[in-house]
Design a binder for this molecule. Structure first.
Ligand code: A2P
Length: 348
């Protein structure tokens, strides 16, 4: 069996460091891990699998000899270097939004649509973190009862905006507690004109605003859901909100199923045996998922499953997962493991 040389692009970042952790514990046969970041980090050292490795600058030549490249260094880095990596024979698993809606690029959640990997032409996209956990929880329900509609409101953690945003949140919290002046320079979106503090606050904007009053983050959730579920008819609308949590996205999700035979108990039963899902639902003992408890775990946690009071086929639920793990690093490494087990990584 061949062994792979794997590159992590953005190795020093919030997601990149988790990608390395997931690779260290992966079942993939790995020969070598190469850690890439910007010129700023080149020459610095990081511990990987007990070895001190040197960070290298991301250049086209850095992908020579790479079998699989995991990208999480921002969309422009992926646009610039993913084609270079593919040209050199690597399969790219891209955690940014750069290629997600490209019809030639599979957008994959391994529990939901692993077969889409078969059509890959070098690049595979990892969906948006909020989309991934929603797909893991809803696909088993959709398989059994069909799905007409999804309305989702997210409560997203700050680590989704990177290490610098987490640092800013902590500094703001400390300054506010000390009654000192504080600054806001990153959220809701580093690229936007205006910035709000996230500590002791809630921001109803993630990414920039786009068409029809929705943000890009909301469009990502709506478009990606249709692509992953291969269903353009599904009705979906999203409201994405940033909350002062370090890691772990939460979602309040309303669904309308097609089949009238569904029930709360039947949905719980389906989720109990669904791959990648852990049901945490017992109001009598206050069992429900929270982001702090989901931190560091690979599963998607579901609770608070209720029937809508007015809509016959309507159900509500609460879905939580670690945005850096299943929402990013683990889903990417899981895609790599699937590619390997499906025999889709070329032997060099
Ligand atoms: P660096 O640490 O050298 O800046 P986060 O999402 O936590 O903000 O992390 C972003 C990641 O993307 C970091 O690893 C960062 O590396 C990397 N990165 C940023 N710009 C570039 C670039 N131009 N080329 C390669 N990696 C980059």
């Amino acid at each position: 069996m061949s062994k792979y040389t794997i590159a992590v692009v953005g190795a020093t970042g919030a997601v990149g460091t988790k990608m390395i952790e997931m690779l260290e514990n992966s079942t993939l046969p790995i020969r070598k891990i190469k850690i890439l970041a910007s010129k700023r980090s080149a020459g610095k050292k990081m511990m990987v699998n007990g070895l001190e490795l040197m960070i290298e600058e991301t250049t086209p030549e850095a992908f020579d000899g790479i079998d699989i490249a995991l990208f999480s260094a921002g969309g422009s880095v992926s646009q610039q270097f993913a084609p270079e990596a593919v040209k050199r024979g690597a399969i790219v698993i891209d955690n940014t939004s750069a290629y997600r809606m490209d019809p030639t690029v599979p957008l994959v959640v391994p529990e939901v649509n692993p077969e889409a990997l078969r059509g890959h032409a070098g690049i595979i996209a990892n969906p948006n973190c909020s989309t991934i956990q929603m797909m893991v929880a809803l696909e088993p329900i959709r398989k059994k009862y069909g799905l007409n509609r999804i309305i989702v409101s997210t409560y997203q953690a700050v680590s989704g905006a990177g290490i610098a945003a987490v640092k800013e949140m902590k500094e703001q919290a400390q300054q506010m507690l000390n009654d000192e002046p504080y600054e806001a320079n990153i959220l809701p979106s580093a690229g936007d004109k205006k910035h709000y503090p996230i500590s002791f606050n809630v921001l109803p904007q993630i990414d920039l605003f786009a068409e029809e009053g929705y943000t890009f983050e909301e469009w990502k959730m709506m478009n990606e859901t249709k692509k992953i579920m291969s269903d353009n008819e599904i009705k979906i609308s999203a409201t994405c909100v940033r909350v002062p949590v370090v890691s772990g996205h939460s979602e309040s999700v309303y669904i309308e199923v097609k089949d009238e035979s569904a029930s709360v108990n039947a949905i719980k039963e389906i989720l109990q045996s669904a791959s990648g899902v852990e049901l945490q639902d017992d109001p009598s003992t206050q069992i429900y998922p929270t982001p702090l408890e989901a931190e560091g775990k690979k599963e998607t946690f579901v609770g608070r499953i209720r029937k809508d009071r007015d809509i016959k086929n309507g159900y509500h639920m609460w879905i939580v997962s670690d945005n850096l793990i299943k929402g990013a690093a683990w889903n990417s490494v899981q895609i790599a493991e699937k590619l390997h087990s499906m025999g889709l990584v070329k032997d060099k």
